[in-house]
Write a protein that binds this ligand. Structure first.
Ligand code: AGP
Length: 612
């Protein structure tokens, strides 16, 4: 989705801003632009990759080295096609105000008409442009930059993260947040503002999280935060605990591959300090649950989108089986509008890698509004979901740059496992079982590594099927969500149509798709329903489908039913999704690379979906 970066300091702003934009590329975008300020505004915008903007700046042959203040933006089109014109920053008709905007202004048609009647000329199809004119109008009216911004914000309905420059106030950037994240970086003699810490961390790890409905007035060596009522708000400076190295490719061809390979380590980070041998349980202090809460909770509702929704489904299987608590899993986008029935004995857990997904955040707010205790599982420290939840767990997967989620997913599943053990031990899981599980979890990183070591074989399979037009992923029980996740990964990065299904459900419809051109991936581990899944494989075989089986090490029989077998080590069912998903991630990756797709930034996708 859209990204914002702003800089004020002593360095040449252009290079800081362009580097910042590149750090935001992973969020997904279709155009970019920059506005620089000394006594005059300089604006340049370009459709396409940031490289096009850079080339345009070179072609202009303008010396930009003297500009030390500026704002920049990557746009992900919502209103109006991707084009040079629709790209941000937008400039007011007077040419004095430049604005970058993330979010959606819902009442823009009305505001546009009013602005036209006051003589402003609207040039773009965007909702964002009107913000520049509106601020211009009120800055002129009140003869003050900050007051003008405050009054303009009062008129906006919708969501925004904005950064604004004014030619009449050359040493300032004003930024504001309402539904779209902003973070301030406080460096030595320089201040940055961005929608994402990765644009800032190269310059400083000291940050201030701008909260909802706050405005920050940034000057060369100081800043002041306000609420929307213009009351000063004093904020703490916090430290980011990762650095620029963490978000590099470290020699891998793509971020996605690097992140797949990081999973043996990221899982360890998720568990660090949270597993208790002696009591055979997990310790998740951030949940803020008291003993009486455990007796009160009669149902858990897991809410998420996309890949995070798949980890919620895995959570459902695990919590119901081991802790015996009824679980419902909801798509955040559906939950928020269905006037959900919630009672005080419910516990809501929202799951989001970014902690900023608009639908998930809205679901969280809806649940809180209804008086339910809401927990958040997020990967991003200080994210909106982390800040608005009543308690939660950080998944500690580390920054995930590839748009297709991999290590963040396995860390979410690990959190689900720890939540399951914690609840199960409060109810009827024995000490011995708990201790055994804790021991097994500690061995997991080595097992994940052994899966990663099979990458070469998985690549060979990928090359055979990279031209297929459709794929079917089948699994049963806790492997069904893994099948869904495998299919989503393939769709996202290779643009091949793929469907995930419960294996036994195949005969109720998808079986019609099966012919010799359809690769079918079965997750067929040796467990209580192994025999059933072998029958499902025979049904596919009989119709000429090509079978790739993910099977348990030592299962030679399965070779009779599958064209290819990828073995995973024998592991407890609770932990098995963490192994079975790895070959599916690798398979998607190698297929996408073979097809020449942009693996890290797939078309149309955004890393964090901050609009509805
Ligand atoms: C994952 O590969 C996707 N890019 C997407 O489905 C993602 O999981 C979804 O948008 C939810 O994001 P979140 O976890 O940041 O809330």
């Amino acid at each position: 989705m859209c990204g914002i970066v702003g800089y004020i300091g002593t360095k040449a702003a252009t290079s800081v801003l362009l580097k910042g934009l590149k750090r935001l590329e992973y969020r997904g975008y279709d155009s970019s632009g920059i506005a620089l300020l000394n006594s005059h505004l300089f604006v340049c915008k370009k459709k396409g990759k940031i490289a096009s903007l850079e080339n345009e700046l070179i072609d202009l042959k303008t010396d930009l080295s003297g500009y030390t203040v500026g704002i920049a933006h990557t746009r992900w089109a919502t209103h109006g096609e991707p084009s040079d014109l629709n790209a941000h920053p937008h400039v007011s008709s007077s040419g004095k105000i430049a604005v970058v905007h993330n979010g959606i202004i819902e009442n823009f048609p009305l505001l546009r008409e009013k602005l036209i009647s006051k003589g402003y000329s609207i040039k773009t199809q965007t909702d964002s442009e009107i913000i520049a004119h509106l601020i211009d109008y009120y800055v002129c009216k009140y003869e003050d930059f900050l007051t003008g911004v405050f009054v303009a914000l009062e008129k906006l309905e919708g969501t925004y993260g904005i950064a604004v420059l004014s030619e009449d106030y050359p040493d300032r950037i004003i930024a504001a947040r309402n539904g779209s994240p902003l973070i301030l970086g406080v460096g030595e003699g320089e201040i940055l503002i961005a929608s994402d810490a990765s644009a800032i961390v190269e310059y400083t790890r000291r940050v201030v999280y701008i909260d909802e409905r706050e405005v920050v007035d940034i000057q060369r060596d100081s800043y002041q935060t306000y609420d929307l009522l213009q009351k000063r708000v004093d904020k703490c400076v916090e430290d980011i605990d990762w650095d620029i190295e963490t978000i590099g490719k470290k020699g891998y061809d793509h971020f996605m591959l690097k992140e797949i390979y990081e999973q043996a380590e990221s899982i360890q980070n998720t568990c660090r300090g949270r597993l208790l041998h002696e009591t055979g349980t997990s310790r998740l202090d951030g949940l803020n649950l008291k003993n009486e809460d455990f007796t009160r909770i009669e149902r858990i509702i897991l809410i998420a989108c996309g890949t995070s929704w798949h980890s919620a489904l895995i959570g459902e299987y695990l919590i119901e089986e081991y802790a015996r608590i009824p679980v419902d899993v909801e798509y955040a986008s559906e939950f928020r509008y269905k006037n959900p029935i919630l009672t005080p004995s419910d516990l809501v857990i929202v799951i989001s890698q970014s902690g900023e997904t608009a639908d998930t955040l809205a679901a969280l707010r809806e649940a809180k509004q209804k008086g339910v205790h809401v927990l958040g599982v997020t990967n991003i420290v200080g994210s909106t979901i982390a800040r608005e939840s009543d308690g939660g767990v950080y998944s500690h997967a580390g920054p995930e740059i590839g748009v297709a989620s991999t290590k963040a997913f396995t860390s979410q599943v690990m959190v689900m496992i720890m939540i399951t053990i914690m609840f199960a031990r409060k109810y009827d899981m024995s000490l011995e079982t708990g201790q055994l599980l804790v021991e097994k979890i500690e061995k997991l990183p080595n097992l994940i590594q052994s899966m990663l070591d099979t990458a070469h074989d998985i690549k060979k399979i990928a090359l055979i099927y990279s031209n297929a037009s459709n794929f079917l992923y089948l699994g049963r029980g806790v492997q069904f969500p893994v099948a869904l996740e495998g299919a989503l990964k393939l769709k996202e990065i290779s643009y091949i149509h793929a469907e995930g299904y419960p294996a036994a459900e195949m005969k109720h419809g998808p079986i019609a798709l099966i012919d010799e051109n359809l690769p079918v991936i079965f997750i067929a581990l040796k467990d209580s329903i192994y025999g059933k899944i072998i029958s499902n494989m025979q049904e596919v075989r009989a119709r000429g489908g090509k079978i790739i089986a993910i099977a348990t090490e030592g299962d030679d029989l399965i070779r009779d039913y599958a064209d290819h077998v990828i073995y995973v080590p024998q592991v407890d069912r609770m932990l098995s999704p963490l192994l079975t998903v790895v070959p599916l991630q690798l398979l998607s990756y190698y297929i996408a690379v073979e097809r020449g797709c942009n693996v890290d930034q797939p078309r149309n996708l955004a890393k964090s979906v901050t609009v509805e």
